[in-house]
Structure formats: C-alpha cells, structure tokens
Design a protein around this ligand. Structure first.
Ligand code: HEC
Ligand code: HEC
Length: 358
C-alpha cells in the first residue's frame, strides 16, 4: 500500500551521517595526499561537496523509478537508466516518446561531475533533471503537470514533507533526483583494490593493459583520468557519423567556436563492460572496436566534410600502432573497472501507486 512507504533514516552504504544531518561519501581515495587529477593509482579524490539527507536520497529513489513524472505516465528515469542494464538501456540511442540522437550514459559517480550530458550542457544534477523531464522526445512533461500530479498523490505529499518540510514542487523533485543519483558510487572494482595495494586484485594481462592505458603511446588516461576515468572535459576524438549517416556536432551546436565541432564530454569508463554499444550514438558494438578506433590515424573515421580539430592526445600521424596483444590487454583492463556493489534497490511499490518502470 502506498501509504505504508517511509523514507530511510540512515545513509546509503559508503556514506556517513554528519552532524548537519547530511550524508558524506567515505572512500580510501580521500585519504591520499597526491594531487587530484594526476591520474596515478592513489590519486586523491575528495567527496562531492553537495550533500543530501538520507530522506532526500530515498525520496529520489522512488521518483527515479516512478512514471508519474512523465506526461504519458509510462516512462521513468529508470526506463532508460535501467539498473539491470548498467543504468543504461543497451540501445544505440535512447528511446523515449521518440528515439533520441544520443545514447544513454550510465550514471555511476555522477555526483562528482562538473559537466553533464554528452555536450556538457548541464553543470549540476539539479539542472540536468529538468532536461529529460521537459524534453518532448523523452518524458514530455511540464512543471505544472508534475507539481499537480505529485500533490494529488497523498503518498508523495507526506514524503516530501518528511524530506523537505514542504509539499511537492519541481525544485524539490530535482533536488531529490540529484540526491539519489549522488549515491550511485562505483569505486570498489578490482582496479581500486589494486590501487589501494592488493597486488593480486588484477591478473597479469590486466596489469599490462593498465600500464598501456596509462602509457604515453596509448594516452587513454590523459582524458579518462583515474580514479573517475574521466576529466569531465570536452574533447574531439573524431567519432564517425552514426549508421544513419548523422554527424552530431556535439558541443559545436552550442558555440560558434570551430574547436568545439565534434567535441563530446569524456565519458567515465566505470562499468563500461555493462553499457555496449559505445560512443555518443552507439557507433561501436564492442570495446575492441573502440580501442581499434583509437589505434588508427587520428581523423580516419571523421564524418566527411567536417573540419575537426582533433585533440592532440589522439592525433598521431600514423596512429599509436598498438599490437593486437596490447589492444586485447587494454580491453581486459577495462573489464577490471566493474563494480555494481552499491547498485540501489529498485522499489517494489511506489508512493504514486503506479508500477515501478524500468
Ligand atoms: C528516453 C530515455 C531517457 C530518460 C527517460 C532519461 N534519460 Fe537521462 N539520459 C538519456 C540520454 C540519451 C542522455 C544523454 C543526452 C545528451 O547528452 O544529450 C542522458 C543523460 C543523463 C545524465 C547525464 C549523465 C552524464 O554523465 O553526463 C543524467 C544525470 C541523467 N540522464 C539523468 C536522468 C534522470 C534523473 C532522468 C529522469 C528525470 C532521466 N535521465 C531520464 C536518456 C534518458
Ligand atoms: C583526447 C581525450 C581522449 C583520449 C586520449 C581517449 N579518449 Fe576515450 N573518449 C573520449 C571522448 C571525448 C569520448 C566520447 C566520444 C564520442 O562519443 O564521440 C570517449 C569515449 C570512449 C569510450 C566509449 C565510452 C562510452 O560510454 O560509450 C571508450 C570505451 C573509450 N573512450 C576508451 C578509450 C581508450 C581505451 C583510450 C586509449 C586508447 C581512450 N579512450 C583515449 C576522450 C578520450
């Protein structure tokens, strides 16, 4: 029964409750004294500055799975960011009311992100949440519709009271969704155990792959910087057009700057084995396909007629010439970034009385 739902009073695993009532992430990475973003094994990583209460996080979990937020009442955030599919959808491009032009990213560690979306057009999770809600191709909702529906659901009225001390609003809905997504932490893979000193956590092939990934020939870690495996920067790597022939301008659509054409935000590689196909429009089916792409002359696959300023870490006159063995080693290493141990529980029932959608 919807009215039996109560909100968690404790923080999710890996978070500690502070005196101000908010949850703070605790990981080994915050105790290292190496400079942040230097990419070494024990790179320092401070917990995200934005913190939320256990109740806000748990309310966000219900909202994330609840189709009440879509105009048709049939799509939730989890319809595309499905926990059973690595918080993505297994599709080349997301499918909402209609098909989108871009693929659905996983949401691991988004609480750390300073830039969101493939073209970096959102800065905070609170801002980002409004984009799928209002996009006519995604959930096709509007502010009035969402506020009316939530205020008409007695379950939600009391849960928003508990979490925010007021009745449901668009603003608090966005905060709760951000709170929940900040709890999606993946920092306990075999790679992390190796980084923290367990020399047996990676096998010899994975160690070779890690060294190649970090080496100056392949240069992967220049952009996919450990431990988040992204730098949150825009970069032009020269992605091919998708199979429909569409060449997405990426961040080039947001700014006239020619250096932005074909620029996309470096995605995280955490749990990357779970979210094929790859790249912003699902251009590659396998991780080997992606590494083969990088192992070629810069720009070899770039859409015809697009004058791309390819990033110098990709640009090599003749490609990095990695051997087939090294390509396989890098692919094996990417498999060591799997950790879904903190995947949140999908609610069995929802405060709206609707069925959880994913
Ligand atoms: C129809 C499928 C679909 C639905 C529904 C959907 N998303 Fe997404 N999500 C996507 C796609 C596709 C992108 C990338 C869009 C882009 O870059 O233009 C994305 C991007 C994101 C990102 C940025 C991640 C990053 O690393 O940059 C976040 C956060 C996110 N979605 C959260 C949500 C939330 C919260 C909801 C529910 C309110 C939601 N999504 C609903 C498909 C979907
Ligand atoms: C110049 C920065 C840069 C370098 C160097 C780089 N990448 Fe990337 N990587 C990106 C960007 C940007 C994307 C997104 C491209 C797109 O979708 O168009 C990406 C996408 C990926 C993806 C797909 C992720 C997904 O969710 O679809 C994988 C896997 C990947 N890179 C692995 C590697 C490996 C392995 C190397 C080294 C051989 C490497 N990258 C080198 C910036 C970089």
């Amino acid at each position: 029964m919807a009215d039996e739902i109560t909100l968690a009073e404790t923080c999710p695993p890996s978070f500690q409750l502070l005196a101000d009532g908010t949850c703070e992430l605790v990981t080994l990475y915050q105790f290292y004294d190496s400079p942040p973003q230097h990419g070494g094994l024990r790179a320092r990583l401070d917990p995200p500055a934005n913190r939320y209460t256990p109740q806000q996080i748990d309310l966000g979990r219900y909202l994330f799975f609840d189709p009440i937020l879509s105009s048709g009442g049939d799509l939730s955030c989890a319809s595309c960011h499905d926990p059973a599919q690595g918080l993505s959808d297994g599709r080349k491009r997301g499918l909402g009311v209609t098909e989108l032009n871009r693929s659905t990213p996983s949401l691991w560690n988004v609480g750390f992100a300073s830039s969101l979306m493939w073209d970096g057009r959102a800065e905070t999770l609170e801002q980002q949440a409004l984009l799928p809600l209002f996009n006519p191709a995604e959930m096709a909702a509007n502010a009035d519709g969402i506020e009316t529906a939530l205020n008409a659901a007695p379950g939600y009225v009391s849960l928003f009271q508990t979490a925010f001390g007021k009745s449901p609003s668009l603003e608090t809905t966005a905060i709760a969704l951000a709170a929940f997504q900040s709890s999606l932490i993946s920092l306990n893979s075999r790679y992390d155990r190796y980084a923290h000193g367990d020399a047996t956590a990676l096998n010899p092939q994975e160690i070779r792959g890690m060294n190649a990934f970090r080496g100056f020939v392949a240069r992967c870690s220049q952009c996919h910087i450990p431990p988040l495996f992204t730098d949150f920067e825009l970069a032009v790597v020269g992605a091919p057009a998708d199979e429909r022939g569409f060449a997405d301008p990426g961040a080039g659509a947001l700014a006239a700057d020619p250096a932005r054409l074909g620029a996309f935000k470096t995605p995280t590689l955490r749990n990357i084995t779970r979210t094929a196909p790859y790249f912003h429009a699902g251009q590659f089916d396998t991780l080997k396909g992606v590494v083969d792409f990088y192992n070629n002359t810069a720009g070899h696959a770039a859409p015809e007629g697009q004058d791309l300023r390819i990033h110098w870490h990709v640009h090599m006159t003749d490609g990095p010439k990695l051997s087939a063995g090294t390509v396989a080693d890098i692919v094996a290493f990417l498999g060591a970034l799997e950790d879904e141990s903190l995947m949140p529980r999908r609610p069995d029932t929802l405060p709206s009385g609707l069925l959880p959608q994913d």
